[in-house]
Write a protein that binds this ligand. Sequence first.
Ligand code: UD1
Length: 421
Amino acid sequence: MLQSMRIWGGERLKGEVSISGAKNLALPALAAGLLTEDDVILKNVPNLADVQSMGNLLSHIGTDISIAGSAYSMSTKDIRVFEAPYDFVRKMRASILVLGPLVGRFGKARVSLPGGCAIGARGVDLHIRSLEHLGANVSVDNGYINADAPNGLHGGDIIFPTVTVTGTENIMAAACFAKGTTRLINAAIEPEVVAFADLLSKMGANISDSGTPIITIEGVERLHGCEFTIIPDRIEAGTYAIAAAITGGDITIRGGEYDHISALLNFLRMADISVEVSQDGIRVSRDKDVPIKGVDVQTAPYPGLATDLQAQFMALMTLCQGSSSITENIFENRFMHVQELCRMGANITVHGKTAIITGVSKLTGANVMATDLRASVSLVLAGLAAGGETVVNRLYHLDRGYENLDQKLTNCGAIIERIII
Ligand code: UD1
């Protein structure tokens, strides 16, 4: 049975929202449990469909997991299989994150290729090439990546031609046990990558300069268990900031890191949205009479505007005074929300990787279809600002990445309900 969300738009959202743990750190951190036979305890793990998918995959591989609230305790004494089957990977691309830990610790892995994705080609060629560079034999057959390193990996210089978040994480995990020195050049510097390096270091890895484009890893013999807390989800924080802005509301975001979304918050200020930082958190507000100014933005690797906030920012810009342009530099097909926003009255044209948004005075509720996680939430945001009733279909996308979205929005005065169609 498919769930949908019915939204009665027009309410100004007011109140406080507490930010959950970051999905994009929880997933690699869970996979890192494979790197040791000791217990790894992760705290502040968000309750999300993607996290459950990763848990299922790890259980399939051989990890014992016990969950108490938002704490996950993992222990991987023995491996049952070295394989991430297609059925797991097709549901969640981030399953690829078991590849590095398996090859690193056990010298062996078979992981299904992720295949097509709604937002673009999203290859994993860089993961494969980097493992080869560290001495693994890698072949691709029957839709699977087979990696083999019977004598273990050795260090080397890996140069990433494009910044890749999961690629950096996968190879960093694999290189923990590689003999000698590994350098990841043009590595991702996203906060989740830095926190992931912190976790591995806490487990005994020898990693320096994470958060810079050249990360150095000295191989060690073994890693041990530890306790680690997942950092707040910056994309969730940014989404609620935009929820305040688009509804002419006033939301204090608790537990979000200002620095992690400073690019977004600067663009919001340029759009005449008020952003204040205090001990209570990040307060984002707009008087409904103050028009939203059109701003031209581009997505970029951190610290630029995250591609994972592009759809939400576009929802806001549909109501701007004048026009706005949004250029998507990370994924080539990440404008699936455009047509749906247009069905709600937005005026958007796409020219290659740039969308031109001519502001309209109001959006109107409609039946819309979510195509991926961030596109779905952009439609929810548009629905919150639109006149009348909006129904966002295929809600399962949202449940992959937003913990308690309904509750958090309702607490701020949104009128929404889940329905089964
Ligand atoms: C991660 C995030 C995702 C976010 C994205 C960009 C997780 C679980 N997911 O995805 O939410 O939208 O970063 O910040 O953390 N590329 C290749 N070959 C590769 C790897 C990547 O061509 O082997 C390309 C991709 O197609 C894309 C770009 O590099 O154009 C960036 O992708 P990448 O950073 O790897 O995205 P993900 O790690 O999949």
